[in-house]
Design a protein around this ligand. Structure first.
Ligand code: ADE
Length: 427
């Protein structure tokens, strides 16, 4: 529901402007853990590579995103921001961005679907030349409802696996109107943000929502991509017996060799205490699974969209539903069995916790900022398709992060370089 402190104007649409001060403090706290982005910001402030460029961003409105917005602003960009999920907004951050940093921000935690899309239209009203998306809702609205405005867009970036999949399918269908840089595919993004970020923040969300003990529990992770690996590893670290489900033989085999029990979802459903979907697919847990779950089973999603759990059918078949704690819905089925659905099935790490910690978002968002700079200088040679982040840029971000962490690495000796370049030398 939209709170009555929320006023929609040129500064944006936020829950309560009075929250701005708390937002500023928390944004500064995150900035301390974002050394790579800080360096980019310092250079941007000096060189102004984005001077006068209009950029619309649709991202989770968090302290880390705020630091990215401030970096783009320092580079001279005119930025407008909306939420990429109705439940992930940090209201104090949105207030700080709109009212202290003068970045029009349209985001209210708990906004309904109608408001969510109004906010997307609001950032598109700024006639962006660049889009920055997390999940591809902004690009989709632009291509379907505002196709005439798409002509004015030079290029865009996409943050997440789900969005990249959507955009690749748009490109395949010939529907994509401008080039997109897949930030998600940078190694300095998915190997850290998806794995260590999702791993920690998903457990954080489940713990904050439930305060349940993980040790000794049966913890089911559905999907063993980079996010699934992170969640499974952290759940094991807290003492859970972790079961993994997969549809792809390769990650399934990796999960086996990583020491996890791999079983079909139908089997896991009978034994699990906790369930987390991280597949990017639809209806991964459905009525046939809910029906056989134990009384008290806890079900959450940490994939981008809330479609991974078939909550529509669950709600339809429920005898009763009530909220028992913030972000915890008790669903009672025929026969009296209770299940607990966390955060309305939306990404639990952002709904009940604060998303990934700043230290990993540092690299993801350095990719975003440098990605926009790259797109601006290469726009003439790029076609309307999905591009990877250039390897040199990815490696530079890794190098800067290591430097900030005071970690030294070795360089090849001339002899080693020559050896690697040669083929004559064997045993
Ligand atoms: N996605 C996951 N965690 C995030 C965060 N802290 N900020 C922005 N996007 C995120």
């Amino acid at each position: 529901m939209t709170p009555d402190t929320a006023v929609m104007n040129a500064q944006g649409h936020v829950a309560d402007p009075k929250l701005a001060e708390s937002g500023v403090n928390r944004i500064e706290w995150a900035e301390r853990e974002m050394p790579v982005l800080r360096q980019v910001k310092a250079r941007f402030a000096k060189d102004k590579p984005l001077q006068g460029r209009r950029l619309a961003a649709c991202l989770h409105v968090t302290t880390e995103t705020a630091n990215l917005m401030l970096t783009l602003q320092a580079g001279g960009a005119e930025v407008t921001l909306c939420a990429s999920n109705p439940l992930s907004t940090q209201d104090d951050v949105a207030a700080a961005l709109a009212y202290r940093y003068k970045i029009p921000t349209f985001a209210i935690k708990g906004e309904d679907a109608d408001t969510y899309y109004k906010h997307i239209h609001a950032v598109l009203d700024a006639r962006p030349e660049f889009t920055m998306d997390d999940g591809a809702d902004l690009v989709t609205v632009l291509h379907t409802k505002r196709a005439a405005d798409a002509a004015g867009v030079i290029a865009g970036t996409e943050e997440t696996t789900t969005g990249v999949i959507r955009l690749r399918s748009m490109a395949r269908d010939g529907a994509l109107r401008y080039p997109i840089l897949a930030v998600n595919d940078a190694k300095t993004k998915h190997l850290f943000d998806n794995r260590y970020g999702t791993g920690q923040s998903t457990l954080d969300g489940i713990l904050r929502a439930t305060n349940r003990l993980i040790a000794g529990s049966k913890f089911v992770v559905l999907g063993y991509g980079w996010c699934g690996r992170g969640v499974a590893t952290r759940a094991r670290g807290l003492g859970a017996h972790v079961l993994v489900t997969e549809i792809d033989p390769l990650p399934a085999l990796e999960a086996v060799m990583d020491g996890f029990e791999v079983v079909p979802a139908a089997e896991a459903a009978r034994v699990g205490d906790f369930f987390v979907t991280v597949t990017g697919n639809i209806n991964v847990l459905r009525m046939e699974h809910f029906k056989v779950m134990k009384d008290g089973a806890i079900v959450a999603n940490s994939g981008h969209f809330n479609v991974e759990l078939d909550l529509e059918t669950l709600r339809h078949e429920a005898k009763s539903i009530r909220t028992v704690r913030p972000f915890v819905e008790e669903v009672t089925l025929e026969g009296g069995k209770r299940m607990y659905v966390l955060g309305e099935g939306r990404l639990i790490n952002l709904a009940a916790a604060e998303g990934h910690p700043a230290s990993v978002m540092d690299m993801s968002f350095a990719n975003q900022a440098l990605g926009i700079e790259y797109l601006l200088s290469h726009s003439k040679e790029l076609k309307p398709t999905v591009y990877p982040i250039p390897k040199a840029l990815d490696e530079e971000i890794a190098r800067l992060k290591l430097e900030a962490l005071h970690v030294g690495i070795d360089t090849l000796t001339p002899e080693q370089s020559a050896y690697l370049a040669s083929w004559e030398q064997g045993t």
